[in-house]
Design a protein around this ligand. Structure first.
Ligand SMILES: *Cc1c(COP(=O)(O)O)cnc(C)c1O
Length: 402
């Protein structure tokens, strides 16, 4: 017997749940890419995407995943031999830095480990030590999806300004755009990147790079940028094909249009941030009750430093894997595996970590279902915990709505 027969729920931190409306918008014959509604539909995405990032700057769209956004962000402003300062707070920060190295960019790294946010004092010291201004860009991940830590992006801008350093502030918001607050212009972010498949509720396949005039000037001084990655014609196309430098991602455009209708025009970006904040607090409240030295623990101890998009947690190996497997087998929920927390999947420690995605098209009944399933799992598997986590989560929902 398995109880899981019913609508499955992929509660991993990306891809997120694709709303039925988005899927239905994509379910159509291939549209003409030379005339008809597609060019206008594509142009209509631009102001809404900028509205999500809170920028009056520019946006380039790519066919690609988050890794494509990484490549695009590097390719437009950094040439082989240029120096960038990477500030990893988890696996994704390291991945971006590694990609930069592979294309010849010299990377300075300050590694903040897997359980801390970026320490601004250490960044300040590194920038002050850079007397000759060799650091051309800072690579910061707003929410590292592996650790679920949320970094202080405004604080990075403050430090850059205080030191008077000219480096571009480049921010990976792939996990959290539309989920955790981003005010690209007000926070002084020069380049911000994301993908379609997390907060933007659209299947993986589109990537976005937002950039301001300062970043555009740095791009203009680059000796060479490949035609494919160049953000200039994509952000300011004279012909339709330049948006994607080739065939447009036809069906994704329809899907994203619908997702942006939901996020920007119906719910509103600020309301979506507020919804995610409540949902995240509900998850943490459950964990606070369940917490046990031989059971569950949240990866990030300080609530102010946790993302509203994803929660990274542990249970002594192999309990985390057992709980994940129970959720899939009996509850119909797929939780995320741990990433970057243990040396590798063949290491026993790997089975001590998991993550819950709560980004995008998620409401209380979905999340309370996940938490209720987890509490059943803790009981069924004999994982030490205190009962009542779901009640605590329900109280968070009740308080937020009364
Ligand atoms: C998901 C994610 C990526 C990678 O995106 P892919 O679509 O898997 O290439 C990079 N950075 C962050 C912070 C992410 O959450």
């Amino acid at each position: 017997m398995s109880l899981a027969h019913g609508r499955p729920y992929l509660a991993i931190p990306g891809p997120s749940v694709a709303p039925d409306r988005v899927l239905q918008a994509m379910h159509r014959p291939s549209p003409n890419i030379y005339a008809g509604e597609l060019p206008d539909l594509t142009a209509s995405l631009v102001p809404d995407l900028k509205g999500v990032a809170k920028t009056e700057g520019h946006v380039a769209m790519y066919i690609g995943n988050g890794h494509a956004a990484w490549e695009a962000s590097l390719a437009n402003v950094l040439a082989p031999g240029d120096v960038a300062l990477a500030l990893p707070t988890g696996r994704f920060g390291h991945g971006w830095a590694e990609m930069a190295r592979r294309i010849g960019i010299e990377i300075d790294v300050i590694d903040f480990g897997n359980q801390s946010d970026i320490d601004l004092a250490r960044v300040e010291a590194a920038l002050r030590a850079d007397k000759t201004g060799r650091i051309k860009a800072i690579l910061a991940v707003q929410v590292d999806t592996s650790t679920s830590v949320k970094n202080d992006i405004q604080g990075l801008r403050r430090v850059l300004d205080m030191v008077g350093h000219d480096a571009l502030l480049t921010v990976d918001s792939i996990a959290c755009l539309g989920v955790d607050e981003m005010h690209m212009d007000a926070w002084g972010v020069d380049i911000c990147l994301t993908g379609s498949q997390k907060g933007l509720m659209t299947p993986a396949g589109m990537a976005f790079v937002f950039f301001n005039d300062k970043a555009a000037e740095v791009r203009a001084k680059m000796e060479r940028v490949s035609s494919y990655w160049d953000w200039t014609p994509r952000a300011h196309p004279e012909e339709f094909f330049q948006y994607f430098f080739g065939t447009a991602p036809t069906h994704h455009i329809y899907g994203l249009r619908e997702a942006l209708n939901m996020l920007v025009h119906e719910e509103g970006v600020e309301a979506a941030w507020a919804r995610h904040a409540v949902l995240a607090r509900a998850v943490w409240a459950a964990f606070d009750v369940w917490a046990h030295p031989e059971g569950l623990a949240l990866n990030i101890k300080d609530p102010a430093k946790r993302s509203n998009a994803v929660t990274s947690a542990s249970a002594p190996a192999p309990k985390a894997t057992e709980l994940r497997e129970f959720m899939e087998r009996e509850i119909g929920v797929t939780l995320g595996i741990g990433i970057g927390m243990a040396p590798g999947a063949d290491d026993p420690a790997w089975h001590g970590y998991f993550r819950i995605g709560h980004m995008g098209h998620v409401n209380p009944h979905m999340l309370l279902g996940v938490l209720g399933g987890m509490e059943a799992g803790l009981q069924a598997l004999g994982i030490p915990h205190q009962a009542g986590g779901v009640t605590a989560a329900a109280s968070v929902i009740a308080e937020a709505t009364s």
